[in-house]
Design a protein around this ligand. Structure first.
Ligand code: SAH
Length: 395
């Protein structure tokens, strides 16, 4: 079932030029000084960058004579829009980005009545080889730089501020690392991204910790490292099976870190941060959706600071698997709740633009190079508890 090997070490090739967002504030100030400019210009550039200003002509607080030089040196354009696609009456917008080396990644911006969430990619492709995930089946092209990851969130923030999504101007409130890639396999750059997301404006996007979610296949040492960072972002663990035998096939990293170890690492995170973690579980017909597996999962999670987000599988091209039928979903929810485990079924956005999890496998010719952009899972946890018969939550 798992044709692909697990890949941890990303190829070094293709990393983009240095960008202000890769640097600490001190490093950015030093870089500006090296260019013969007063250090405070770094702060001016940061203010423009985090507001989504990329055109030097708009940077009127920077002397015209040095705008181009500073922009070229510290704000190189790293993300080029290939196309936007909208769905859900204009409330969901998926963007396909081309990176400087032709690699393609996606992000998905979703507007809700009370919040706006962007789902961002942390790698081009993914090395974790989960067989039900289109991105996982493509393998890893490369890690994204911090600036390439941060840039997706900044673009979403600017799009909200500029009223580019239906409903008028608004504010980006949430970021989920549920696009392409395994964020904890690109740890250092994801950590820098967290800094940028959480640092107050104008030096960051000023989001609150609880509104940022890092989703992982369960890289246990990296979860432990994250626990020690002292940040309280939300942790989501892609479990997909309560037993090692099945999880070894669905989430191949399980051959290295078992269900018990992953859940223990997540518990330690919850204990340190006081934050409930999410367990993600794609419901796959006749694969992991049996009542006995719901009971096993309930037993595993009862009494832990966890809640379960069930995701009816979005079938990927060529896959033999399908989503669980509604009665099986309902039964699964009921059994988990009976075990005392808070459970929701995810609101899936963007299905009609292949923006939902694992759906997209668009191949694009970019600069004569074939590049592959794959499914950015475009979902986020439903925050309010949903009633049984949770199909109301699936759009
Ligand atoms: N690599 C990280 C984040 C990316 S995926 C992780 O695995 O957590 C975000 C979520 O979408 C994960 O839980 C992933 O397992 C799930 N997913 C991937 N493909 C899917 C599909 N075809 N249907 C439903 N969920 C899927």
């Amino acid at each position: 079932m798992t044709a692909l090997p697990l890949v941890f070490d990303a190829p070094r090739r293709g990393m983009p030029p240095r960008h202000l967002a890769d640097l600490t504030r001190e490093e950015a100030r030093a870089a500006v000084s090296e260019l013969g400019q007063p250090a405070f210009r770094a702060d001016q550039l940061a203010r423009h960058f985090y507001r989504g200003v990329t055109d030097p002509a708009q940077m009127t607080d920077v002397p015209a004579a040095v705008r181009e030089t500073l922009t070229e040196a510290l704000l190189p354009g790293l993300l080029t829009v290939v196309r936007h696609q909208t769905a859900d009456d204009g409330r969901t917008r998926k963007t396909l980005w081309r990176l400087h080396d032709g690699a393609l990644v996606e992000s998905v911006l979703m507007r809700y009545p009370d919040r706006a969430t962007v789902c961002i990619s942390s790698q081009a492709g993914c090395g974790m080889a989960c067989p039900f995930c289109a991105t996982g089946q493509q393998g890893l092209t490369r890690n994204l730089s911090a600036a390439e990851i941060i840039g997706q969130a900044v673009a979403a923030s600017a799009a909200m501020a500029n009223g580019e999504l239906d409903g008028g101007p608004g504010r980006l409130s949430n970021v989920v690392f549920m696009g392409m890639g395994e964020p904890l396999a690109n740890y250092a750059r994801v950590r820098k991204t967290l800094d940028a997301l959480l640092t107050p404006a104008p030096h960051g996007l000023g989001l609150s910790q609880r509104s940022v979610t890092v989703s992982t296949v369960g890289l246990v040492p990296a979860i432990r490292k994250l626990t020690e960072e002292g940040r309280n972002v939300t942790l989501a663990v892609s479990l997909h099976a309560p037993d090692d035998e099945l999880r070894n096939t669905l989430v191949p990293i399980n051959t290295r870190w078992k269900v018990g170890e992953v859940v223990e690492a997540a518990d330690a995170y919850a204990k340190k941060t006081g934050r409930r973690y999410s367990i993600e579980y794609a419901l796959i017909r006749d694969v992991n959706d049996q009542p006995f597996r719901a009971d096993l999962l309930g037993k595993l999670l009862a009494g832990r600071l966890a809640h379960v987000n069930l995701i009816p599988l979005n079938p990927t091209p060529g896959s033999k698997w399908d989503a669980s039928p509604l009665p099986a979903q309902r039964e699964f929810v009921a059994r988990l709740r009976a075990a005392g485990v808070p459970t929701t079924v995810r609101d899936t956005r963007g299905q009609d633009i292949d923006g939902a999890c694992g759906q997209l496998a668009a191949a694009d010719q970019v600069d004569g190079m074939p590049s592959v952009a794959l499914a950015a899972p475009s979902m986020e946890p439903v925050e309010a508890p949903v009633p049984l018969g949770a199909e109301a939550d699936q759009e």
